[in-house]
Design a protein around this ligand. Sequence first.
Ligand code: AAT
Length: 293
Amino acid sequence: VLPGWFSEISPLWPGEAHSLKVEKILFQGKSDYQNVMVFQSSTYGKVLVLDGVIQLTERDECAYQEMIAHLPLCSIPNPKKVLVIGGGDGGVLREVSRHSSVEQIDICEIDKMVVEVSKQFFPDVAVGYEDPRVNLHIGDGVAFLKNVAAGTYDAVIVDSSDPIGPAQELFEKPFFDSIARALRPGGVVSTQAESIWLHMHIIEEIVANCRQIFKGSVNYAWTTVPTYPSGMIGFMLCSTEGPAVDFKNPINPIDDDDDSHTKTLGPLKFYNSELHKASFCLPSFAKRVIESK
Ligand code: AAT
């Protein structure tokens, strides 16, 4: 490890570690669930780190938060009730709030320190909390979903950390079962689904579980995020039985410049309809595995 640099070391990506040059450490704390750190990097702005793993940087967070939110919400007409699991920084809330059809945005984040730290150090991300449609619940997403009435949500977005630590159960089959139950017929889910370069075994298992549970459609999409391991990350996009959802052909676009939230939030930096369609195209090695499940 180089002095003055942060290196992201984890058994989830053995033998490699992406590094960022540290200008200044701004916050270090230990919550009930994890170590929380914020530092000023020299080229990616401020960086949020949980248990040594980068959750976001100011420079590239748009590529993740915009895609995980708009891939599901632009694929269905008039989303009204949306649930976010994880995502305590508020970035996914910010993106969901761009959709004017949405009436209710519930979020269940396990760690209140993430929320507080984001409000203090990442105002352009935590701005998501300023929307009056947002209801924040602090607690475990697994427990929260058990108490949701069947058929409640049009969309569920699982913005979760990696499957070591508090997010482990968010990658397991019972959790996907409870999401399907919480969705209306033809409702959609988008989950953080790791990297095709590093985690094909995890993806294989998630896809197999989702094919059993979601009787509408099951797809893997991906985006580039330079500060996530291997420089990319994927999402599972699934729908429940009911009105058919064709994720690859978005029917509810928001990339018009006239959306009513552009004034407060600024324009989209990353997402557009062309990228939406392209994000479902897979390299052959991944396509073979994902389509055979
Ligand atoms: N929005 C960008 C980054 C994230 S945040 C993941 C969030 O999930 C964290 O705030 C974490 O505290 C929360 N979380 C973890 N487990 C649970 C749980 N069981 N219930 C609710 N919230 C939870 C994702 C970064 C991806 C990193 C890729 N390497």
